[in-house]
Design a protein around this ligand. Sequence first.
Ligand code: ARG
Length: 438
Amino acid sequence: MKLWGGRFKNEESKLMEDFNSSLSFDKRLYFQDITGSKAHVKMLASCGILTEEEKEKITEGLNTILKEIESGILKLEGDYEDIHSFVETNLIKKIGNVGKKLHTGRSRNDQVAVDMRLYAKEKALEIVNKMEALQQVVFKLAEENPAIMPGYTHLQRAQVVTFKHHMMAYHSMFSRDIKRLEDAVDRLNENPLGCGALAGTTYSIDREITTKELNFKKTVDNYLDGVSDRDYIIELISCFSILMMHFSRLSEELILWSSKEFGFIEIDDQFATGSSIMPQKKNPDAAELIRGKTGRVYGALTSILTTMKSLPLAYNKDMQEDKEPFFDASDTVLKCISILIEMLGTLKVKKETMLKAVKKGFLNATEAADYLVNKGMPFRDAHGVIGSIVLYCEEEGCSIEDLSVEKLKEFSSLFEEDIYDFIDYENSLKKGIKKLML
Ligand code: ARG
């Protein structure tokens, strides 16, 4: 079933029909397509291009189609070229010839552009909402666990931090993810309807009416750009990619921390799986899958960037390839957020193991150097003195705080009894700017 054919002598090949058809995936756009059409018809009537009666009939027909799709009476299948032909053909079947007036002053090029912008905006805002829910879970987990833990650089124990502060690092990343998505939505919030195929239309339409009706901020400035711009899809998938990169870092930490080697956390059984051969195994599959799916979202970004590369203006059929990567990437992100919300909400933090790791790691070496600096030693010299103490302790199998003042004095006469308080882990967190971690 086609919306064209007048200028063709031969039938389209079956193979081509199938190759060309996008209904199997753009059927998701049925709501946006019908919403866009209703706004278009309303505008056409306001501009005197359709009569009020025609508008009523078409709108009623569109509403019926929407209801029938949503109740499952009308199945989104068949040999239609795309969702636009599906809706239009079914409209004509339902209301007869007046349905043929729906496409007045419009092309599928501005139609698909408006559908995708509406869909992309909705999805991005849905992701923003879910990210805010995830942030709340992260915040709660952080607040409930101000326990001290080793902080790492190069994945080597570096300085003491708190689990709370560590988790709040992700909270900060997620705030940026949200802001990035909101910024992208702000940029895409322009109405392409009325651009026609590429050069507007000879009818005296009013683009402001559909702009208001569809809740866009403004109309696009340029017709050619309006129908061929897919920046917003690229931008949103870039935002998703950065967000997934953050998720993959968090997942990697959850995987490491839940291993016997770290033992800092316990992932709830609900989000782990066992091994078919090794009875003792509990695998952090949910976190591994999030880490793995990051690659899939990056793939979507590469796909859309490559599709758009070098395309001449304006619309080209290549652009039909924008949909599957966007659908897949946004679905993936939403699924990952849902899993993270549940997994972090049920996470157990093992503060004793973290404390043990802190004690074994010379995590107060920097503070010990600061102590000497406070007593007047230049930092570079203090760094050297503490370095020798660490070497000594490693040989002796003890920690800095285990050494007596007499022993410490062998390394520097500046050490006094107050060193122990100064390098005490809890105390050091209470000092200066570090208080932020508590
Ligand atoms: N299915 C098409 C797409 O997603 C709709 C636009 C078709 N336009 C055209 N000139 N054939 O891009």
